[in-house]
Design a protein around this ligand. Structure first.
Ligand SMILES: O=C(O)CCC(=O)C(=O)O
Ligand SMILES: [Fe+2]
Length: 493
């Protein structure tokens, strides 16, 4: 069987649904190898078993026979057996065909996800748990948002998350996951087979507790480890040492996992509900050129007036969405953050591609639509930017405009963000100063101003994309540049 989706080791589609499908195929393939390996082992085992039984019976028979009955024939058979058969056995053991299977399997290792992929995955979990205030034990048990899923974590999954947190000095979080590793059921009845031991998990748990000055708990965790490996001298010494340190406090180097600002996270959880006292209306355009809008006016739901933020419903069509996705799919590249914010670790996890205005048959029409929606010109350096956020993907709080040098000429006066799919869970767009949470809805768009009426940058337009929990999130962003806008921009007082 061949892998239909070719994947070079260095290429990855982190967090995407395509990656999941790929990994499912890879897992099925690797399982086939293990099964083949097992059958071969079983075959050989049956043969060895037969030979062994035969030899035992022979030995038994010879032992029963009186020495006087030994003949040169028996002697010869014995000599032959001892000189010829045993080297054969050795060769047999060396040549087991299972070695070939092992090599095949080895070959497929380069198609497997990398350590970096795993670290990204772990990071997504921590980010989601933190942002949405989930309890690690619920996540481990597959209990998410009040619903029971069959995706549960094994002890090794928990242990590995602990290791990831630990290596980033998030000891508090590490301790939670290690503890789960000590109680969650292991992934096979023989976890030792693949080198996972509860003792080690208890030890790791103890080490993380020591880092956060929970020495007494660390000591009792080591006690648990010791009860499982009573002859481990090193462990015993460690246990004794920690016992003597129970009341010693040390300066903790532990970092607090804080993916991003508290407001951002509350908004992502939908906790700060801003109820706009504004009414939905139809927008018929401002000029006679847009008279067609009288036939199909925009459905506008204003959310904020100063700065202006509004949702436009049903403003991009299925065919257009399909085209945008299709055109950008082959060119998706990891998004770069231009503005460096205070956010720690990976505050932007998504992939994106720019589409020129004439990239497809609908792109120009979409540009015209944005002009109709906003009254603004689409001229300027920013193209339509298509973004795909995979599992755990997010975009920390930021401003779309540039400060300083670039601020005058080509700045991003406004943004129009189209939602190209419904996100099953997570992925809201939130405005951190305005307490707005917008849940993605396929076909709708948000339009907002990044600059005030006097064309000064407006920090209140700060916003971000929340971590995606289930599914993926597709959006298309058009940053509207301020070149050629002065006479179109409203109310320059
Ligand atoms: O994905 C989102 O919700 C936000 C995207 C965004 O802020 C941007 O593209 O500038
Ligand atoms: Fe943005």
């Amino acid at each position: 069987q061949k892998l239909t989706s070719k994947r070079e080791p260095e290429q990855s589609h982190a967090g995407s649904i395509a990656e999941l499908v790929y990994m499912l195929k890879l897992k099925a393939l690797l399982l086939l190898f293990l099964q083949k390996y097992m059958w071969e082992l079983q075959n050989k085992l049956t043969m060895v078993y037969g030979a062994l039984e035969h030899m035992k019976a022979q030995l038994n028979m010879h032992e029963q026979n009186a020495i006087s009955e030994f003949s040169p024939f028996i002697r010869y058979a014995m000599l032959r057996h001892l000189t010829m058969d045993w080297p054969q056995w050795l060769t047999f053991m060396k040549n087991l065909e299972i070695e070939a299977i092992r090599e095949d399997l080895q070959h497929y290792r380069r198609y497997c996800p990398t350590k970096k992929d795993l670290a990204d995955g772990a990071e997504s979990i921590l980010r989601i748990v933190d942002t949405y205030k989930l309890r690690p034990q619920d996540v481990a048990n597959g209990l998410l948002f009040g619903k029971q899923y069959d995706a549960t974590f094994t002890a090794v999954d928990c242990y590995a998350l602990g290791q990831y947190a630990n290596s980033n000095e998030y000891y508090e979080i590490a301790s939670q996951w290690f503890r789960l590793g000590t109680v969650t059921s292991p992934y096979t009845p023989w976890p030792e087979l693949l080198g996972f031991g509860r003792t080690r998990c208890w030890q790791a748990y103890a080490a993380s507790l020591l880092q956060i000055n929970r020495n007494a708990d660390a000591w009792s965790a080591l006690g648990k480890a010791l009860s499982m490996a009573p002859h481990d001298i090193g462990l015993y010494r460690q246990w004794q040492h920690v016992k003597s340190q129970i009341f010693v406090r040390k300066n903790s180097t532990a970092k607090k996992y804080d993916f991003n600002f508290e407001t951002f996270r509350s908004l992502c959880r939908g906790e700060l509900v801003h109820v706009p006292e504004l009414h939905c209306h139809y927008y018929y355009g401002t000029s006679i050129e847009e008279s067609f809008l009288w036939l199909a006016p925009f459905k506008v739901e204003p959310l904020y007036l100063d700065p202006y933020v509004a949702v436009y419903h049903d403003v991009i069509y299925e065919s257009e969405i399909e085209e945008i996705k299709e055109l950008s799919m082959p060119n998706l590249e990891a998004s770069e953050t231009i503005v460096t914010s205070k956010a720690p670790l990976s505050d932007r996890v998504s992939k994106g591609a720019f589409l020129t205005h004439d990239a497809g048959i609908y792109t120009a029409r979409i540009m015209q639509r944005i002009t109709d929606m906003t009254g603004l010109s689409m001229k300027g350096r920013d193209l339509l930017y298509v973004l795909n956020y995979g599992l755990g993907g997010c975009y920390g709080p930021h401003k779309d405009y540039f400060d300083g040098e670039d601020a005058f000429n080509n700045n991003r006066i406004a943004t129009v963000l189209f939602y190209l799919n419904n996100v099953p869970r997570g992925g809201s767009t939130v405005f951190t100063y305005l307490n707005l949470t917008v849940v993605p809805k396929k076909g709708s768009a948000i339009y907002w101003h990044n600059m005030d009426k006097k064309l000064n940058v407006d920090p209140r337009a700060e916003h971000g994309g929340c971590p995606v929990i289930f599914g993926s999130k597709w959006v298309a962003t058009k940053w509207v540049n301020n070149i050629e806008q002065p006479f179109r921009w409203p109310c320059m007082a």
